[in-house]
Design a protein. Structure first.
Length: 302
């Protein structure tokens, strides 16, 4: 009888030990990662993502740059870079995503962008895990890459990508050290022609111009894309005029505008088209845009 009781006690002790071990192991595992995204939301990602949907072209470019190609199962109709993004399942437009389709695809993680506050809340209510990457400056773009890396377990790749971008920007800044602030060129960036719309001080384009060594003549307008008058452009007399290259952009014929013939940029034939998406899209190609503009502004420094 005593032997039976002893065996019973030993079994209870072993079961308790196993239970405690499993509980401790589960507690030690916890969620895959917890982070704060670029809207200040705390996001808990329970497991390492195996499937991702991006509802922002800039975030799609970040994802591909990190090497997440095989994990991406859905992108927007406007996600056109890199070329591999064109082959991914489409989930609607940037501002008009198909919520039902996103849910049906059952992604482990959704990358939202700016203008997606309501969408992010809606998707979370439907049980999806959402992280918002919405950089407004070059530094925040580096941060977005790091957050994407942390959210997916690609932190090393993110650190490598950020270091590469920072190195390229530093190389431009080193070349710019050869000129003084007073020698930096005045730049007008025309986003639209009718009505005239430019890049204000709150825009990513302003960041690119600044890092490329230019002075945005409308940086004092604290908006992304303010409308301006023709008189304002002529009065501020830019030395360079830039516009985004897209189908039909040559029809703008900025140099042929009668009232603009006295503008320094036109007199010196410094009107240039630049790559549109890389200039304004919050992703790794912002660095490409900086290098492109720098070459336009200061060809002798290359």
């Amino acid at each position: 009888m005593k032997k039976t009781c002893l065996v019973f006690v030993l079994v209870l002790v072993m079961l308790a030990a196993v239970g405690c071990s499993q509980s401790a192991e589960k507690e030690a595992e916890g969620p895959f990662v917890t982070l704060v995204d670029q809207t200040g939301r705390e996001v808990v990602i329970e497991k390492k993502p195996e499937t991702i949907i991006s509802v922002s072209p800039g975030n799609t470019e970040i994802a591909f740059a990190l090497g997440l190609d095989d994990l991406i199962i859905g992108v927007t109709d406007y996600c056109n870079y890199p070329e591999a993004a064109l082959a991914k399942e489409k989930i609607g437009g940037f501002t008009t995503p198909n919520v039902e389709k996103i849910v049906d695809l059952k992604p482990d993680l959704v990358f939202c962008g700016n203008m997606h506050e309501e969408l992010a809340a809606q998707l979370e209510e439907l049980g999806l895990t959402v992280i918002t990457l919405a950089p407004k400056t070059m530094e925040e773009m580096y941060e977005a890459v790091e957050l994407a890396g942390k959210a997916t377990g690609y932190e090393d790749k993110a650190a490598e990508l950020v270091a590469n971008m920072q190195s390229r920007i530093a190389a431009v800044q080193e070349k710019l050290s050869a000129i003084t602030e007073n020698e930096r060129v005045r730049v007008y960036y025309e986003v639209y022609s009718e009505p005239l719309m430019t890049a204000g001080g709150a825009s990513l384009i302003n960041e690119v111009i600044k890092h490329a060594g230019g002075i945005n003549i409308f940086a004092d307008l604290n908006e992304d894309y303010p409308m301006v008058s023709e008189e304002m452009v002529l009065t501020r007399d830019p030395e360079f005029i830039l516009y985004p290259l897209f189908h039909g952009s040559e029809e703008l014929n900025i140099p042929g505008r009668p009232a603009w013939q006295g503008v320094t940029a036109i007199k010196n034939e410094n009107v240039h088209g630049v790559t549109d998406d890389s200039t304004s899209r919050p992703g790794p190609r912002l660095v490409d845009a900086v290098e492109e503009m720098f070459c336009v502004f200061y060809p002798d420094l290359n």
